[in-house]
Write a protein that binds this ligand. Structure first.
Ligand SMILES: [Zn+2]
Length: 401
């Protein structure tokens, strides 16, 4: 994430334009809530916004220095800045996350006594790796000790800047008492702190917090843009980039996190699982599902991945039916097969299969045994009900997928 600016945000034109207009306007809410799907750039935008607010040549200019040094120069002629300049002392500090008035909180997991080290390590990785992706385990949270320290600090004036910016990543991972303390600060009139909260789960924040924040919405990224980014900046080969982008459902972070896997190979294995179902071989289908579930440590996760590959395949069949070009397919490397199958399956049958897979995904998420859910999902996609007496022949079932 090195030294990001609002002008460099990827694929969020509406949010970026809004934030730049806020920076120019020079009037700031006490708190902003950046919400939208995970991995679409909310955290990056929050830091970019913070930098713009701290920039000494723009929104962060001290009034007294402005009167002394601001000749009606080129900057004035160009109008007020809507972004960090990237060059002033404040920008240099904020760019390496070392500005004393930029506080950056994010969820962490692990032992309390290793907390400082964990945070220092994370920040270091974030500085060094422009493709760094935050990943949390289920129990990760924004630690109480950190918010306590922060709230003590808020009683004092900012160190260097006009105002202090507190960026809280994934602000939904806090406890009730943390929210009430935060709320007090947000409600304080004339506060010199601007809060920027990000979340993919806004409903988990107390309504009292949500209602006091200026909300900024972030949308899923365009798949083509994610694919381009993967190819240009993350060194992913073209056809893999396309598939990862399709799998990511518009989340760049998810696409980046997946880049270690061999997506083409995984997809081929996933699609091959349907073969025993198509042959009507229940016991082989069951064994294949068991093998698939044992792949990674996270069985449920890999089962979900398998279903998603099947969904992408079916969506490609629909795309092919609607006459879309090769570049619009998630699986362009298997275009010939896709076109052949698309010609033999009608759209209703493809949708039926997609609905079965959607149900399967829900069952995998829910309490149903995940491997059983995949087993029966694949059997039903193939138009069968394995192990339930006679197999009713589905009207439109085909055996060539
Ligand atoms: Zn600057």
């Amino acid at each position: 994430m090195t030294a990001v600016k609002l002008s460099g945000l990827i694929g969020q034109p509406a949010a970026a334009a809004f934030l730049r207009q806020v920076v120019v306007g020079g009037r700031f809410a006490n708190a902003y809530l950046f919400h939208g799907p995970a991995g679409v750039g909310k955290g990056t935008a929050a830091l970019a916004f913070a930098r713009a607010l701290l920039c000494e040549r723009g929104a962060g200019r001290h009034a007294e220095t402005a009167s002394l040094f601001d000749a009606p120069s080129a900057t004035a002629a160009a109008g007020p800045r809507d972004d960090a300049c990237g060059e002033c002392p404040a920008c240099l500090k904020s760019g390496s996350l070392q500005h004393p008035d930029l506080r950056f909180l994010f969820p962490v997991s692990g032992e309390e006594k290793e907390l400082d080290q964990t945070i220092a390590d994370t920040l270091q990785q974030l500085r060094e790796d422009p493709l760094y992706v935050f990943t949390y385990d289920k129990a990760a949270s924004i630690r109480i000790s950190l918010t306590r320290e922060l709230l003590r600090e808020l009683a004092f004036k900012p160190f260097e800047a006009v105002r202090r910016i507190v960026v809280v990543r994934d602000a939904d991972r806090m406890r009730e008492d943390q929210y009430s303390a935060m709320l007090k600060s947000i409600e304080e009139p004339g506060a010199s702190t601007v809060w920027v909260l990000t979340t993919a789960r806004p409903h988990r924040l107390p309504a009292t917090i949500r209602s006091r924040c200026q909300r900024v919405r972030f949308a899923p990224l365009d798949e083509a843009r994610v694919a381009d980014f993967l190819e240009a900046r993350a060194g992913v080969a073209g056809k893999e980039a396309r598939l990862l982008a399709a799998l990511s459902a518009g989340s760049l972070a998810r696409a980046l996190a997946l880049r270690g896997v061999k997506p083409i190979e995984l997809r081929n294995q996933a699609l091959a699982l349907l073969e025993p179902a198509l042959r009507g071989d229940a016991s082989e289908l069951w064994r294949a599902v068991q093998r698939a579930a044992g792949f990674g440590r996270a069985g449920r996760e890999s089962l979900r991945g398998i279903v998603e590959f099947h969904e992408l395949w079916l969506r490609d069949l629909l795309r092919a039916r609607y006459g879309m070009e090769k570049e619009q397919l998630a699986n362009p490397d298997r275009e010939a097969e896709i076109r052949r199958q698309a010609a033999t399956l009608d759209a209703r049958e493809i949708r039926r299969r997609l609905m079965v897979l959607e149900e399967t995904l829900r069952a995998i998420e829910g309490n149903v045994t995940a491997d059983l859910a995949l087993f029966s999902g694949l059997a039903r996609v193939a138009g069968q009900r394995l192990g339930e007496g006679d197999w009713p022949r589905h009207a439109a079932a085909r055996w060539d997928y």
